[in-house]
Design a binder for this molecule. Structure first.
Ligand code: MG
Length: 292
């Protein structure tokens, strides 16, 4: 299944697409007895999945379907709990960064829930930066609490997968190692377009990832290039920070980011960034000037 969140008459609703479907079942109409909050839904999803399947198969289901093409999407989890992002987790990205050394353990930083936006929402170019950069990332959405979880058990705690855009202001990030500040301007964390449940992606370590800026391909990698596997990242984190349903763990970006291109290439207002991940879809956002 694919979980979407969308705006309807000023409120956020959840839509679920079954495999192969181009429309979503509007849960507020089809299953008003289920939680309307995506984190609550995820927390007990195994008990709700059967209800959703039943309603989708009901003869009333066409009344409850909404066309995905025209749905005003927001991030599938509009306000995640924690967002923890791995830095330097692709061999190709390590090799393109002249200052990076092979890490002996996973490296993490946080993005803040207030930075999250959804598909088709604009990324605001902050006044303090001239070096805003793109990074496509494959991200796991946690479905069950994880504390000191072993690597073999780690994936059982994942609800599903999504695309996370780790937008980065390089001049802010690299000046005095301000990674938190460089990664957390408003709108710097597009997520979406949906969360694909774990059962639909049996090999998260075989996902092709591509970034296009104004139609030109900039990143073309695969999660097969990870330095630390997803179970390693999750187990490592869970020994230090308890992960909870609705938290997001992102797995780093492959080569091709703007800052390490020769010559460097940064985003500008008017640019359109399209991130494409196999088995998930497309997350697209336009960059606009921050006029506030
Ligand atoms: Mg990143």
């Amino acid at each position: 299944m694919r979980l979407y969140s969308f705006q309807f008459q000023g409120l956020t609703r959840i839509g679920v697409a079954l495999p192969g479907e181009k429309a979503v079942l509007d849960l507020a109409e089809a299953a008003p007895d289920l939680p309307g909050n995506p984190i609550e839904l995820i927390t007990n999803f195994s008990q709700f999945a059967e209800i959703i399947n039943d309603r989708a198969g009901s003869k009333l289901s066409s009344k409850w379907m909404r066309d995905l093409e025209t749905l005003p999407l927001v991030a599938p989890i509009p306000r995640p709990g924690k967002i923890l992002c791995s830095g330097i987790n692709y061999r190709s990205h390590l090799e393109e960064n002249p200052d990076a050394i092979l890490p002996d353990e996973p490296f993490f930083f946080a993005k803040l829930p207030s930075t999250v936006i959804g598909h088709n929402h604009p990324i605001k170019y902050p006044k303090l930066s001239q070096q805003v950069d793109y990074e496509i990332e494959f991200a796991a959405v946690i479905g069950r609490k994880m504390t000191n979880t072993t690597e073999p058990e780690a994936l059982e705690h994942v609800f599903g997968y999504t695309i996370l855009h780790d937008v980065s202001a390089r001049d802010v990030q690299f000046r005095n190692s301000q990674i938190t500040l460089g990664k957390n301007f408003d709108t710097f964390c597009p997520i979406g377009p949906c969360v694909v449940t774990r059962d639909e992606i049996p090999r998260p370590d075989r996902i092709g990832l591509k970034t296009f800026v104004n139609g030109q391909k900039m990143q073309d990698g695969s999660t097969a290039d990870w330095l630390f596997s997803l179970p390693q990242l999750l187990s490592f984190l869970s020994q230090r920070i308890t992960l909870e349903p609705g938290d997001i763990v992102s797995t780093g970006t492959p080569a091709g980011v703007g800052v390490f291109r020769k010559p460097p290439l940064f985003l500008h207002p008017g640019d359109v960034v399209r991130l494409q991940a196999d088995q998930i879809g497309i997350l697209q956002n336009e960059v606009i000037a921050d006029v506030n």
